[in-house]
Design a protein around this ligand. Sequence first.
Ligand code: G4P
Length: 527
Amino acid sequence: MSKSQEHVIQKEVDKRRTFAIISHPDAGKTTLTEKLLLFGGAIRLAGTVKARKASKHATSDWMEIEKQRGISVTSSVMQFDYNGHRINILDTPGHQDFSEDTYRTLTAADSAVMLIDVAKGVEAQTIKLFQVCAKRGIPIFTFINKLDREGQSPFDLMEELENVLGIRSVPMNWPIGMGRELCGVYDRMKNQVELFQGDDHSNIQVQKVDSYEDPVIREMAGEFLHEQLKQDLELLDVAGDPFDYEKVLKGELTPVFFGSAVNNFGVQTFLENFLELAPKPEPRRSTEGMVEPTNEKFSGYVFKIQANMNPAHRDRVAFLRIVSGKFERGMSVRHVRAGKEIKLSQPQQFLAQDRDIVQEAYPGDIIGLFDPGIFRIGDSLSQGGNIVFDELPTFSPEIFSKVTVKNALKHKQYQKGLDQLTEEGTIQVFRTASFDETILGVVGQLQFEVFEHRMKAEYGVDVQLQRMPYQFARWIIDEKIDPSKFRINSVLVKDKKDNYVVLFENEYAMRTAIDKNPTAQFLEMAP
Ligand code: G4P
């Protein structure tokens, strides 16, 4: 590759930021995403992100769900430009859409924005998503939302981040008042105040000050709020963590921003600070060592496969995260697992419901590849080589059902469907030691609906799912496994790779098993 080509790739890598927003439903992810897109001038999208809100479905007709949720699915990745940056936001579906895909998507992000409702603090789904990010050690930026409402004190929230998630935090700005009293935020890094103007908080004024002692703040916010701000910030200066960029990059310290997404308050400052601090596309581990984004050869891996994205296009789309080099439409690449060259001729990028054809793309970008059934989760594609990226983790399922086929004559198709959908990562399959029961494990209920629907639509098989009482799965590593030990409130099964897994009905059963088997390791993810 010529020097100038290398320079182009470097420049494209430098300007990219690829991240996911992690939160519990209702914290304001849709609202925040929409505001960010608006800043990027992607105005045609405004309102469309919101539209998926209306799609809280109760039906189990998956095609219908898909149709209604068209937006959420096709907006799996949103790309926009802002201030010379190219930003890719990876959607992590909440509500009933939560699935193993949600976790896998996080593996394609270089950083995460953790959105927290000021009144509710750290909630269940945030904890799960956070843990996946923390395992990878990616930087996490926190946005505390809904400051226009009464909520917990910022100090309590910081303590909660530490106690519940185990992450230290450094407030980048600090609220001046809260709820009806909220009049603005103080930017600790830039020494400026951002103030709301007018009753509806529609106008935002930014004023540079010398420090938080500056009497200008008193004039603007009144004596009471200024005193409170001074006390809070003095305490933070003395007792809080200093900003340490190295720790931020390692995911040990989270920069915290306060704001109100619906009022567009603090969103722009957040975005600008985030773009400055968030990492550009990172290298990825592979069989050939670390693959740098600026590596001249194109490479990437599939992290998600989506079937029937749109009833009008009854195809599958494989989502590929580009790791290195330059992608050009029509290029030939090696599909390493299949050992074949393939031509990437119909790549798509995901913006609302349009399926834009991508002409070129760079590391950090996500492209959708037309998939006639050749891809699996974790597949590596590369130009001129056999790079294989590290396998994607298998996440611990939490909902289990026994599966049987209604018509025994369809057993062959059933087996084929089961194998293929497991390969695709739609569900995880476990078998009891005596092989008489097949148990499916998922992270979210929707995965069962998708499985049932696809077995019928693609393999012509009616399956019956019977919910089982298990809630936890742990892979066990032990020299000598004694199945008799896993009978009470648990069952010993094998995964598709013949690893031993124990499914537990409750935490007590799991704790007891761990205590009683000190030589065994119980892993949350497949070894
Ligand atoms: P989600 O995607 O995380 O599930 O949340 P979403 O953005 O849909 O927001 C959930 C609710 O919280 C919405 O209200 C939204 O308007 C509101 N919200 C978001 N940001 C803020 C904020 O900064 N302050 C306040 N007070 N509310 C906020 P809703 O009543 O469920 O929907 P809508 O009728 O307002 O659309």
